[in-house]
Design a protein around this ligand. Structure first.
Ligand SMILES: Cc1ncc(COP(=O)(O)O)c(C=O)c1O
Length: 365
């Protein structure tokens, strides 16, 4: 990070700033006096806005008074949820390669993450249900998956979601779905259609928790605002627990979150059109490089090519950085199944992507 002139494709956020109308919403909220404490579960008005959002986007009816907890980021939602369902010594199944914070939060609860790699079947990632069945022990309490996936870009299909729900119901486990990239979807009927949410298949009595965030859809990474949708008993506990962690997300950012939900659709659609172009450009460039296998991702803003000669992906990424000043994330950082690949974030300027792809091609040749 201290090197000058690096083409930075290792990060996990868009290069776009937060849209102006959201900055103005936060300024107005401050001027309107949203400087005091809020409820531990977040402003009731934001929870109502989220309930409307789920009804409109997914046709799912949720109770704003009982099934939402607003959090100070997606990772804080993950932390609260995991703390609520795991005791020390419990085990959590985690589909990998995955953003490492899920497994890290399990470990912070003195529980044990059990990583189950997602196999590449043909040109699409899948779920290894046989491995999941084998991994269940009397201490297993939950399964965490991410759709769209960071780093794979894989999106869980309805059948896969149904099978995950069936698996967790049969074994009496919590199903935790990290859906923070749900709006970054390239396969929907319209440009900004979300990926399917597990909330559509599950009933409100199911042991299901969804982790969500304003970070990726609205370019609000630095704001630290997210939410959780959970069965009401756990939502109530998570809100209580929040009191001892951060008490609640910042008041004025919560107000800006309401504006994002109400008026953010055009900004999402514009961003997605650009991201899709970037994805297609990088895919075309990578497919011409020697020794590179790269499945086409359906969501998020990452490519995760497997590279012959990058069996030690940390060493490969370091050499690439030192010799060409292209910064990628080594696949080994994403747990079981990640070694041998690198993660490329394509939420960058086209000119940066062009240079980075040219340098990577020359390096591989
Ligand atoms: C899969 C996944 N979940 C959750 C998050 C958390 O996002 P935030 O804490 O910014 O809301 C990230 C961020 O990179 C992510 O990649």
């Amino acid at each position: 990070m201290s090197m000058d002139g690096v083409l930075k494709l290792y990060f996990g956020e868009s290069n776009l700033p937060t849209p102006e109308f959201l900055k103005r919403a936060a300024q107005k909220a401050l001027a309107d006096g949203f400087t005091f404490y809020t409820e531990n579960a977040g402003l009731p008005s934001l929870r109502r806005a989220l309930a409307r959002y789920y009804l409109e986007l997914h046709g799912v009816e949720l109770d704003p008074t009982a099934e939402f907890v607003i959090t100070a980021s997606g990772v804080q939602a993950l932390h609260l949820a995991i703390r609520c369902v795991l005791d020390p010594g419990d085990e959590a199944l985690v589909l990998t390669p995955a953003w490492p914070n899920g497994a890290a939060n399990v470990a912070m609860a003195n529980a044990v993450p059990v990583e189950i790699p997602q196999p590449l079947v043909g040109d699409r990632y899948g779920i290894d249900f046989a491995a999941l069945e084998t991994a269940v022990t009397p201490r297993t309490r939950m399964l965490l998956y991410t759709s769209p996936s960071n780093p794979l870009g894989w999106v869980a299909g309805i059948d896969e979601q149904r099978a995950l729900l069936d698996f967790t119901r049969r074994h009496g486990l919590w199903l935790m779905a990290d859906e923070v990239y749900e709006r970054l979807n390239y396969t929907g009927p319209n440009v900004a259609s979300p990926v399917p949410s597990i909330l559509k298949l599950a009933s409100r009595e199911d042991a299901v928790i969804v982790i969500q965030s304003f970070s990726k859809a609205y370019c609000m990474t630095g704001w630290r605002l997210g939410w959780m949708v959970a069965r009401r008993d756990v939502a109530a506990r998570a809100a209580q627990l929040n009191e001892f962690v951060v008490s609640h997300a910042a008041s004025f950012t919560q107000r800006a979150g309401e504006t994002a939900l109400l008026w953010g659709e055009n900004a999402i659609a514009e961003m997605l059109a650009r991201l899709k172009q970037n994805r297609d450009f990088c895919l075309a460039a990578l497919s011409k490089m020697p020794g590179v296998t790269v499945p086409k991702p359906d969501g998020a803003f990452y490519l995760f090519p497997k590279i012959r000669g990058a069996e030690d992906s940390f060493d490969f990424s370091k050499r690439l950085l030192l010799e060409t000043k292209v910064g990628l994330a080594p696949g080994v950082a994403f747990g079981a199944g990640g070694e041998g690949s690198v993660r490329i974030c394509y939420a960058a300027d086209q000119a940066i992507l062009e240079q980075a792809m040219a340098r990577l091609a020359a390096f591989l040749h």
